[in-house]
Every structure is written in C-alpha cells, then in structure tokens.
Design a protein around this ligand. Sequence first.
Ligand SMILES: *Cc1c(COP(=O)(O)O)cnc(C)c1O
Length: 234
Amino acid sequence: MEKLLTNKQAILGRIAKACELAGRSPSSVRLIWVSKTQSVSAVEAAIALGARDFGENRVQEALEKFLPQREGISCRIIGPVQKNKLRKAVQVAQAIDSVADLESMLKLEALCEEADKNLEVLFQVNASEEDTKSGLSMQEAFNFLTSLPEPKRLIYKGLMTIGKNTGKPEDSRVCFAFLRDLRDGIFNSQPKFKHFTELSMGMTDDLEIAIAEGATMVRVGTALFGSRIAILST
Ligand SMILES: *Cc1c(COP(=O)(O)O)cnc(C)c1O
C-alpha cells in the first residue's frame, strides 16, 4: 500500500511534467491502472488511493476482479478478446479498447442490444508494425474505420496502440503521431465519429512521448503495481 502510494505519486508527477512540457492540462490525460496479473486486494488498495479506471487484458481475470461492479469504477479490456469471450467481456467491461475486426464489432453490437447496455470501444491499430501485436494495420485502418456501420449501442470513442518494443521510448513517437493523425482524420470524416476523441497510448516506459503526441489515456501497469510474474506477463 505504502509502495503503491509512492508509485502513484511518481506516475502522477511524470504525467504532470509531460503535460506541462506539452502545454496540456493534466486533466486531459486519464490514468488507466493496468491490473492484469494483480490480485483483488491490489485492486482494492488502488481504489483506496483513488484509482477509478482499470485495464485488464484477459476477460477471465476481469470477471474475477471487477464483478460485481463497484460504483464509479470502470474496467477496460485492453487485450484481444476471443469471439467466444465477448459476451462475458460485455458483462464486465465499460470499454473494450482492442477491437480490430468487423465480426467482433458486430457481435459486440448485438450483445449490447441484448444486455440493454452501451459500450465504449477503441480500435486497436498495430502502429509499430510488429508481428507479435494485434490490431488493424496502418494501411487498412482508415478504410476499415470509415466503412463501419452506424453505431447503435456501441460508442466509437477512439484508437489504441502499443508503442515499439525496442527499449528506446523515443522509437514509439512515430507510432503515436500516426495514431493522432488517424484519430483526427476519422473524427472529421463522418458524424458517426462525433465521440471519436480518445487516444490510448503510452505505458510505463513511453508515457511521456505518448503525452507529447496527444495521448488522452495512458495505460500503466509495472510502474504502479511493480513487475508482473514473468509467466503471466504479455
Ligand atoms: C500490460 C499492458 C500495459 C501496461 O504495461 P506496463 O509496461 O506494465 O506499464 C499497457 N497496455 C497493454 C495493452 C498491456 O497489455
């Protein structure tokens, strides 16, 4: 708990500094606490310290930690979801940030209709073009997005990406800049994208670069909760 508080303060400090350098208000960047592999008690401790938005990359883990839902606390799914897990994802999540194919999107639309709920979606783009990462390719993203049907229960909120995994945060800048330009282009393209304002990018190592390039959400795991058990980390 002590450690979590120190870590939280350090991260808020980094976010504030990066915002200042970018001439942005710190309130324009939301901190997503990536609690994957962490325990329920770690989540409770984070909530006690003011955490409101959590990110999980596995639906099963999200169910264990975020049902029943707590007032004011949101769980975002930030990893790819198998089609047979979408129903459960809709039960637990306020947002799915990793949508990257039409079939899943249509299925989510139907499931939300059935559950009588609205769901925010971000579309994941593989802007680092690393084979190990999922998401829309940079080439296909614009056409894919502008061809989407009018949303009903879904709210098209924006884009998500993971920076380059080179060990040098600066290498991710081009990915983040690409994502921002794509977001701007989509936002201005059609009325169905009137809520398309979010850019989820930046993690423990590269959040400063992401904020400089316009991130509205940074997803931080390690720098808050400490390192994950190697076997479970992705
Ligand atoms: C694990 C994960 C994070 C958090 O990464 P850290 O480097 O631990 O901050 C962010 N986004 C996604 C999609 C992840 O899977």
